[in-house]
Design a protein around this ligand. Structure first.
Ligand code: NI
Length: 169
């Protein structure tokens, strides 16, 4: 499907009850509104220096997120990858090993939390055309996916954090 012009959407903040809902699965992949939402999420992630963004963060309670890891002021060491929409994602297997790392969230401004995440995960997801993918991700990308998947289940990183620090970005 073609990439339409996206626009930057308002990101809702912790305290908004939409962030605590369980998001609905996508059923109609050809829906024009869904395709526009994906384009808008990509634009919003880039504009806000996010390495990922989930649909509930723009008040759309659907099982959709974008992984958009790239080095930026918020995460200088982030690996580069093209913005990747993941729809109806599920972790089908994971390593025993977890790693603690600092993460933030566009919906929780000014805070970082030290969160344990699985080092390696195998994910099943559909792309924006509805094609099923099964892929292994490690380290920082695996962390982003676990963080974004939490958003689809009403969980924020602060629920899992072992410690907090303030962060200006
Ligand atoms: Ni987040």
């Amino acid at each position: 499907m073609t990439n339409n012009q996206g626009q930057t959407l308002k990101v809702i903040q912790i305290g908004n009850s939409i962030l605590r809902q369980t998001a609905q699965p996508v059923e109609n992949f050809a829906d024009v509104g869904l395709q526009q939402l994906i384009d808008d999420l990509i634009d919003t992630a880039i504009a806000s220096h996010g390495v990922g963004i989930a649909a509930p963060q723009v008040a759309q309670s659907y099982r959709v997120f974008i992984v958009s890891s790239h080095p930026n002021p918020r995460y200088p060491d982030a690996p580069q990858m093209p913005p990747t929409p993941m729809l109806n994602p599920e972790i089908v297997s994971h390593s025993e090993t977890t790693i603690e790392g600092w993460e933030g969230c566009l919906s929780v401004p000014g805070k970082r939390g030290l969160v344990p995440r699985y080092k390696d995960i195998e994910v099943e997801y559909r792309d924006r055309d509805g094609i099923l993918h099964r892929q292994v991700f490690t380290d920082f990308i695996a962390r982003i996916i676990q963080h974004e998947l939490d958003h689809l289940n009403g969980i924020l990183f602060c629920d899992r954090a072992l410690a907090f620090k303030d962060n200006l970005n």
